[in-house]
Each structure stands twice: as C-alpha cells, then as structure tokens.
Design a binder for this molecule. Structure first.
Ligand SMILES: *Cc1c(COP(=O)(O)O)cnc(C)c1O
Length: 391
C-alpha cells in the first residue's frame, strides 16, 4: 500500500485499474460548486455583469494585498493586460526580451509596433541572461521585457541596475509566478510593472483573466481607459483602446480561488517534492530546483533531457508518455522567434542556449490534486521500468 499525496490509500489493484486513465498536463483549480454559486448569487440582484462591478473591485483590492503591490488593474486575460500595458507606457523602437516564452510576450511587443530584440537565456533558470542585456542596447531601445519562467525568477536586481543606468523601462511577464516572493518581497513589485495571467491553466485562475501590477500612479488613469475602448469619462475615446474588461463571473471565480490558493500551492509543492524524490539522481535529466531566496509557487515541472547520457531524447519520452495516456508538453518549443508568423525574420542561432533548451525540455503533468500513484506511473515510464512500481 502506498500513501496518496492527498492522504488516500492507494492499492496495487487501484494502480493497475487506473493504469490507462489519461493524465492531462494540467487540471484547473476550482472552488466547490456551492462556494461559487454563493459568490455569484448577488449578481441576480444587481444585474451588473461587467464594467468594474462589485466583484471586480473586491478582487482588485484583495489582489493588491495578496501580491504585495501598490496597484492592480484587472483585464480579460493576461495577454491583453500586457499588450495594453506596453501601450500605456508609451514604449518605442526596440525592446529587449527572450524567445523562450509563450507566444503572448513576443506578439504583445510586435502588435504594439515595436521590434523585439532577443536576448539569450540562462541555462539554469531559463530566464533572460542578464549578463547579455547591455550588449543588445542601442539608441532605439526603450525597455526590457523579461519573463519569469516556470516559477523561476529573473535576476531582478541586476536587471534593475542595467535599466536605471540606461534609462530603460522594465516590464516583467510574470504569468508563471503568481504568489511568489523574492527575499520576502512580492515578485510583482519588481521593475516598473508586471503582468500576471489568471488563465484556467495557471496556479491561480479566474477562468480567463489577468492583471497588471505597478506603482506609478499615472497608470491608474490610462489602464482602465485602455481596457474600455480608450474611453476615460464621457462617451469619447481619449486613447485608441481595446475591449479587455474582466467580467463579474470571472472576478467571482477569482475571489473563490484566492481563498484556497495557499493550500493549492502547498499541494503542488508535495507533488513536486515527490517527483524530485523519484527522478532525482538519474543521470542525463536536469530537474528544476527552487532558487535561493525564492518562495516558489511550483507552477510547472520542467525536465531537460541530455539524450546521450539519459539514453532517450525529449521527443522519445513525450511519445512513450503519450502511449501510456500521459500528456506532457513541449513547453516552450519552438522559440517564439521561430514562429511562422514572423517569416524567418529573427535568427534563432543568436540565442543558442534558448534554442538548445527548447529542443530538450518537457514539462510533466502537474496540478494540485495529483496523487502519488499518478507520479509513480509517469516516472515509471520515464525511467523505463513501467509496471514495476517502486515505493
Ligand atoms: C499564460 C501566459 C501568458 C498569457 O496569458 P493569458 O492569460 O493566457 O492571456 C503570457 N505569458 C506567459 C509566459 C504565459 O505563460
């Protein structure tokens, strides 16, 4: 008998019976049906469903305290939050960023008419290699948009020094780092601003949603206008905005999920630690240790394979897992700079570390309610001893 991570006893026959049940790469966190119904009940009285309603305002203020930041503005998703933040900050010319990210970071830059300049990543944290930033600065550079990756935090101190020295703005894509802290400080409080995503697949979700955190009071006026067609007070548009408001049903989901997020992160931590126990010490696979001084949210479980040493490459492992109904993900692959959308405009050989990692990384299934037997099944396939479950 084995102990499930959530405490349920798992027998060998359970394991065999469940051997072919699919395991998805993630599973959304949700409150109980009753808790959500209670949260949305008053919307049937107010009939106020969007446009900064009561749930929206409550979630905004609860997030300001939870994230330890001066200001939060909510959006319909993380991508529009980032795209409109870039517009609000009036960036021009070139922006230094990384190609080892989700489509959103790069497209938000390009859709603002800016030129992304791709910096390579650090081979240990997969975040921007801060030692390479200065060599990419030109007189056209207006900002740095680094990405916190898998829960790993960028070298925020060094980035801050470079930005100050050259008068550049810093916006973090913090989509992967909800609830994290560095040296006791909320990760959203670094740089000029940060974007968090509340997509269904993230550690904290509002179904779809996202926010921007910042300390400059001037953004308090323009950001809400930009998400509402650029309209400030009257019916005329002051800015060329978009429609990117968070509705009340999403905000209500956020209020419920926020009550449980610490517990969700604790459960993820237990899953990650059990994975580490099972996969630690195997030659040819690199795990992702929590960084010093970081309070992690355990958002993803990336594994980087060294084919020569491990004996199988990333793609072979992905296939073997799929044959057992286990959905891992090549995340991030390919690099955003290699996307067909950009017609070969960017030279991926200029970011060799990012190119290499993207060809070798796999993120394994991870969600709060995963059991030890789920992890056992996955690790058994990876280590090639499927069926022979070790305690
Ligand atoms: C999820 C994600 C986004 C986009 O967030 P959405 O809320 O899905 O729009 C942006 N950047 C990164 C790194 C992400 O993982």
């Amino acid at each position: 008998m084995m102990q499930g991570i959530i405490g349920k006893r798992v027998t060998m026959s359970d394991l065999n019976k469940k051997a072919f049940d699919p395991i998805n790469v993630t599973r959304s966190s949700m409150p109980s049906f009753e808790e959500y119904c209670e949260e949305i009940r008053e919307l049937w009285q107010t009939r106020w469903l969007t446009n900064s309603g009561v749930k929206h305002r409550q979630l905004q203020s609860e997030l300001e305290s939870f994230l330890g930041v001066s200001h939060v503005e909510l959006f319909t998703n993380g991508h529009m939050a980032l795209e409109l933040l870039i517009q609000a900050m009036g960036l021009t010319g070139e922006v230094i960023t990384t190609p080892f990210t989700f489509a959103s970071t790069t497209t938000a830059i390009v859709r603002n008419g800016l030129t992304p300049v791709f910096c390579d990543i650090d081979p240990n944290t997969y975040t921007i290699d801060a030692s390479r930033i200065e060599s990419l600065i030109t007189e056209r550079t207006s900002a740095i948009i680094p990405v916190h990756v898998y829960g790993n935090i960028c070298d925020v101190e060094r980035i801050d020094r470079i930005a100050k020295k050259h008068g550049l703005a810093v916006i973090y894509d913090a989509a992967h780092t909800f609830g994290e802290a560095y040296k006791g400080r909320g990760v959203g409080s670094f740089g000029d601003a940060s974007m968090f995503s509340f997509h269904a697949t993230k550690v904290f979700n509002t179904i779809e949603g996202g926010c921007v955190c910042f300390s400059d009071d001037r953004l308090c006026e323009i950001l809400p206008a930009l998400r509402n067609f650029g309209i400030k007070a009257k019916d005329e548009a002051e800015y060329c905005g978009a429609n990117a408001k968070m509705n009340e049903f999403c905000a209500a989901m956020g209020l419920c999920n926020l009550r449980h997020v610490d517990e969700e992160i604790e459960k993820r931590k237990a899953v990650v630690e059990y994975y580490n126990e099972r996969l630690g010490g195997i030659k040819g696979i690199r795990l992702n240790p929590v960084q010093p001084d970081v309070k992690s949210n355990y958002a993803y479980y990336p594994v980087v394979f060294d084919e020569k040493v491990f004996g199988a490459g990333r793609d072979a492992v992905l296939e073997a897992l799929a044959e057992h109904g286990i959905m891992a993900r090549k995340y991030f692959y390919p690099l955003t700079s290699a996307f067909p959308a950009f017609n070969g405009k960017y030279d991926t050989s200029l970011t060799p570390v990012a190119l290499d990692v993207s060809s070798r990384v796999l993120t394994l299934p991870l969600y709060a309610d995963m059991t030890r037997s789920d992890v056992d099944r996955i690790c058994a396939v990876i280590t090639g001893i499927n069926g022979e479950v070790t305690a």
